[in-house]
Design a protein around this ligand. Sequence first.
Ligand code: NAP
Ligand code: ZN
Length: 335
Amino acid sequence: MERIQGVAAHAAGAELLPFHYDPGELKPLEVEIGVTHCGVCHSDLHLIANDWGISQFPFIPGHEVVGTITALGADVHTLEIGQRVGLGWQSNSCGTCEWCMQGMENLCAALEGTCVHRHGGYADRVRANFRFVIPIPETMDSAQTAPLLCGGITVYNPLRTHCINPSSRVGIVGIGGLGHMAIQFARVFGAEVTAFSTSAAKEEEARALGAQYFVNSRDSKAIKEMAGTQDFILNTVNADQDWSGYLQALRPLGTLCFVGVPPSPVSMQISPIIAGARSVTGSPIGSPSRLREMMDVAARHGVKAQIESFSMDKANAAIDKVKKNKVRYRAVLSN
Ligand code: NAP
Ligand code: ZN
């Protein structure tokens, strides 16, 4: 087998450097994808920094892959060589636990990440179990679709699970990679959308993406004025915030849902949760069947990532720009 060429961090927080590895024999249920595009998700930055204590170095990041199939395991019969496909955060699951059997493979305790304890998509090729390799609808652009494979499904899944509909008032906190796709999906579901952002310069674009309202998330008075207005607030921010403020912004029966990963434990008053029967929850990516559904919805309703393109050898520049919150709205690497 030819070695796989990519860019890897060799220590926590290190710059990515060219790196190659021997992928070994392709397993019977595996697919190898020739990567054409890979999105830069903030989770890649967390993994490079070893923020979650799960990174192993050297490490090739990348889990928002679009490419074409270059090799098929002996027992894969549902995909074809040359077919355009996508691969997200998850690359395998046990397939036999109660969650896998119910089609909720993203809740499997044996979930394997595309770039956790193995090398990901900032490379010329990447491998995964065929169940997690999703065909891309013909009409979709590869670069604008790659970010849907992690960022997109991560926001689509909770909006769908919590039955967002035209009566819903939805707040999206943080208008970055995830947030800008969340605005679009919430609009597709018919909701009234409020964008909460630290970046005043994003207001016009947030409105163009479908937000009716825009609130400065650093203005505690403005957040207070939102009290009792939102049915569902989706936090995509990876920094500590005044969570009690967002809890207060919920209507009775409202839900504050975390997909962004703030560094500190979250503390909030319990009385608004009890008094308004409000909920606080979280959501991890989505199952392969949700991923297929999301792709179909995105294709039919024109949901796509707004991207900035970088060649694979400029991965460090892309990462730097994400770190500085300067990307509008997803960096995508290409080979
Ligand atoms: P991103 O593109 O960097 O966007 C994050 C946004 O958060 C920024 O654009 C910014 O939006 C806002 N923000 C950043 N720093 C802030 C601060 N100090 N205070 C308030 N707001 C701040 O990141 P992403 O790729 O969307 O990922 C966001 C988070 O989701 C990460 O923690 C990532 O690990 C997590 N994630 C989780 C899952 C899951 O399955 N649950 C999947 C993918 C990613 P404004 O400029 O609008 O303020
Ligand atoms: Zn991700």
